[in-house]
Ligand binder design. Sequence first.
Ligand code: DAH
Length: 352
Amino acid sequence: MLERIEEIRVEGSAAIEAAAGTAELEELRVRYLGRKAELTAILRGIAELPAEERGKVGGSANKVRKELEALLESRAEILDASELESQLAEDRVDVTLPGAPARPVGHIHLITRTTRQIEDVMVGLGYRVMEGPEVEHDYYNFTALNHPPGHPARMLQDTFYVQSDPEVLLRTHTSPVQIRSMEAQSPPIFMIAPGKVYRRDSDATHSPMFHQVEGLAIGEGITLADLQGTLDEMLRAIFGAGRKARMRPHFFPFTEPSVEFDVSCFQCEGTGTLVDGARCNLCKGIGWIEVGGAGMVDPNVLGFVESNGYDPERVQGFAFGMGVERIAMLRHGVPDLRRFFDNDVRVLEQFA
Ligand code: DAH
């Protein structure tokens, strides 16, 4: 009996040492220590042995059982670790690889694209692109742009103010960059300033945040005729060859005279009527579509930057400003400006 136990020990431990995987190890556990294992049967039969053998057989069988248990456990640890290792190696993913199928990379947002298109034309005309802060001082947003103290745009219901300082606000237009640019550069200056602006407004054609492009040209002998030519050129680049610009009298605090400018309708070719005789729905039969505001820079504005070389007696020029969303909506027939900012890819993908 003792010999048999020793055989089981030798055979069992060799098999366990040689086990190549956890599944095989489990089989060995069942074979050597399971309910039907020979060693288990020996241990169970101890009571029936002659009294003098019980001690020895029981002791040695138990020792072998413990030894095999310990061996199984340490072998299991080794196999577990190496199986985990190879599993990890096998499942390794290279997160830098493109997915399958490769997803198309994104594209520039229509508002950015429209802005860049305007930048391109204007850079072609010799303008520099300048930027200013979106959180602005009342001085640049209003005061230096000749807004009187009680001007309605200054009111809380129109403008977002910073709570801690009544002189600080989210700029309501890109026009403050006119002043900042003139402070930074003496005349002549030809610059445009694209960027975000903020107003307390929200409906299908107004969003509390939107984009404008500002333009400024100051030098000696610059006239309203130069503004007309510049607008013609710019609107043709944006809306297509054959377009014309039209100026209508208007009022802005920082320009004198002030105008609003329109582009001839690109849907009805400025006739107000479609080929089938129906009234053009884009320009509402007028033949012109409003694009922005402009004018000759008020000498009072130049007075705020006189020490930077802008002597109102010597230099003059024009400024203009327009909304980027409006241009994009017109050109692409987008009915609701808020769709630009919903981040719905089904909308945005159409403008790839
Ligand atoms: N800042 C004006 C606005 O947001 C637009 C504008 C009008 C800009 C006339 C100009 C300008 O530079 O000359 O409504």
